[in-house]
Design a binder for this molecule. Sequence first.
Ligand code: ATP
Ligand code: MG
Length: 266
Amino acid sequence: MMKKKHGLTILKLGGSLITNKDRPLSPNFKAMRIAGRAICDALVENRKLKLFLIHGGGSFGHYYASMFHATTTPGRVASEGVSRVAQAMISLHSMILKELIDADVPCRTIAPGEFLTNPKGRVTRVGSNKISALLDIGCIPISFGDIVTSNRGTWIVSGDQIALSLAESIDVERVIFAMDVDGIFEDSKMKGSIISELNSRNQTLGTKRKFDVTGGIGSKIAIGFKLAKVGSDVYFVNGKKGERLQKLLSGNRVLSTHIVSKNISS
Ligand SMILES: Nc1ncnc2c1ncn2[C@@H]1O[C@H](COP(=O)(O)OP(=O)(O)OP(=O)(O)O)[C@@H](O)[C@H]1O
Ligand SMILES: [Mg+2]
């Protein structure tokens, strides 16, 4: 069981889970429902579980982002691209929101711009108050990867990056990345076994999927190590396996890849 019980758990529902990532604009409702039920059951089992949800772009955000050449660094993106990516994310967000609420997971949207100084920056004071106010009334804040425009240009902020920004600013005990695979494979062709504990960034190699603009598994692992360094335990788990997700949320060991925070120094 986990030692610190009252810290925040961030659960990132990956685009690889909630969409069919290689098929444009294709939601995976079955996976959304399985995840919804797992979250609901974990909340029933542990009423003290404090959650923050984030979801990725999958074949919604990434599809238009790659079509219009939007990247994670500020640059010029055609206005239609900005509109399309943003609209696709709102549309996917609305689907996952409905599935979660229908599964008795009372969540409430908080867009990245509402609580981060800039989407790669820290959580603002107003943002932090907003998050605690929602948690206090039993609402689970939910955010998502998005496209952002400022006077520096337009860029994509990934859901993984939002998790890191949160953990750098407020006390985040655990970050769980739910994906469509069982964890991190030691083999880049995803044929070998799952690494149970990741200690070194060079332990694995990965490949990016079609349409991916935020770096795929390589960036996810890099963010995982940054999270561990700021004090969060990190897990990569298959969100299609509802029981695993539920057990992990409840603090049990399941098939997954773990980065143990205390084992990671600078
Ligand atoms: N060594 C590896 N171990 C695990 N997954 C890998 C590996 N190499 C490549 N992958 C791929 O990486 C994917 C997960 O990263 P990806 O960024 O595509 O998903 P995501 O973060 O869930 O989606 P999104 O970025 O849309 O939120 C898996 O679906 C898998 O196909
Ligand atoms: Mg990703």
